[in-house]
Write a protein that binds this ligand. Sequence first.
Ligand SMILES: [Zn+2]
Length: 142
Amino acid sequence: MSDILTCQKCQTKNRVTTTPDGQVPVCARCGAPLPWLHDGTDATFGADTRSSVPVIVDFWAPWCGPCRIMGPILEEIARDMPGKVRIVKVNVDENPRSPAQFGVQGIPTLVMFKDGEPVDQIVGVVQKPMLVERIRHLQNLA
Ligand SMILES: [Zn+2]
């Protein structure tokens, strides 16, 4: 499955299918790193969460009010931190296996991955500054 990622620098829409391990997606036109937003699935979860940059998985569902608050915050963070973080949105109605695997009891739940390993979890709505702080912390981990 491919994602359409819009370059913040030149506004070009890039179709990104796979990104090699250790790399981040860049704009085909200007080379700037792209805001990395991805719709994850149970089938691709392992690959979705393996990256050289911290990965934030947003377990959500369309009927969940608080999830509608978190969604735009995560999209903003993707745009604010291109090349620094990957945001993976997982619809728990369509993908029940991944949330079960991480013991997700309610949504929204954010699970943060570093080098493919879950290292942090946030349950419920979290304000943007606190979330940015947690991501920065992950980036500083060796
Ligand atoms: Zn560009």
